[in-house]
Design a protein around this ligand. Sequence first.
Ligand code: UDP
Length: 321
Amino acid sequence: MILVTGGAGYIGSVTVERLLEAGEEVVVLDNLFRGHREAVPSSVPFYRGNIGDIELVARITRAHSIDACIHFAALAYVGESVSEPSRYFENNVEQGSALLRALLGAGVRQIVFSSTCAVYGEPREIPISEQHPQQPVNPYGWSKLFMERMLEGYDKAHSLRFVALRYFNAAGATEQHGERHQPETHLIPNVLSAAIGSTAAVDIFGNDYPTPDGTPVRDYVHVADLAAAHLLSLRYLSEGGCSQSINLGNGNGYSVLEVIETARAITERPIPVRSQPARCGDPSILIADATKARELLGWSPRYSELSEILRSDWEWRIKNS
Ligand code: UDP
């Protein structure tokens, strides 16, 4: 059985969906701070609580025979982490550390960890491979890097094996699940909300980055492709694979303005924009070299084009608006 922390969140709920389709048994632990209870099917055992609640994690591992854990549960807003770093260190690192201790105590030694390209910081070269120096530029990135280091320590000392999946920019929707955070800070949901008319305009944070059009460039990767990589990582670990950190991205970069233009073409709606100062902690360009994911895991993303990713989100949003 697989324990999924944060299984009621955006990437977590799609991964649970895929695990069930693959015939896996799943149990979810989520505090529902930014997740949605209805995103987890009622057939899945669900525990509402914090990952740092060692007694609760011990209870879950006693009640179910857990082979591996996919650990998503975390705060994940770059801007919020800059203004409220202590929340990120408490939630992601202190509670994450407690979770790892509880899992080790229960003999769970295979972990797929939800990491991020924010562990690299401002890139020194593009595309970014896993060997790129790790110098985060915001507390969110640091909180994930600390967890990666902890996992490495537990690997050496206690033979815990892990795959840290460093996502670039998760986006898109499946038929059942899409991105709906409250508050929403991510670009694509904000762009499509403006297209629907539920917000007046999209804020463009900064226009003098060292990029071709002055707005930041990101590598958008479909949430279903991310979910698929988690299943491949579980298989890799269950077959005895050693610990790895692996980038997940398409290797294509799109600027904020390109995302907005593509969204205008797909939605055939006007999308008003507003210029705003740059957000603190936003690197200018993040594009993945995801060769390792393809070679080691056999990962091959089905949605490589931004337009397909946007279209999936748009269709989901229209259906659910
Ligand atoms: N962004 C923007 N307007 C928004 C949300 C985001 O201009 O309403 C920009 C943001 O500054 C960043 C890029 O879009 O450069 C992607 O931001 P997002 O929050 O989606 O992901 P991040 O890369 O921060 O994880």
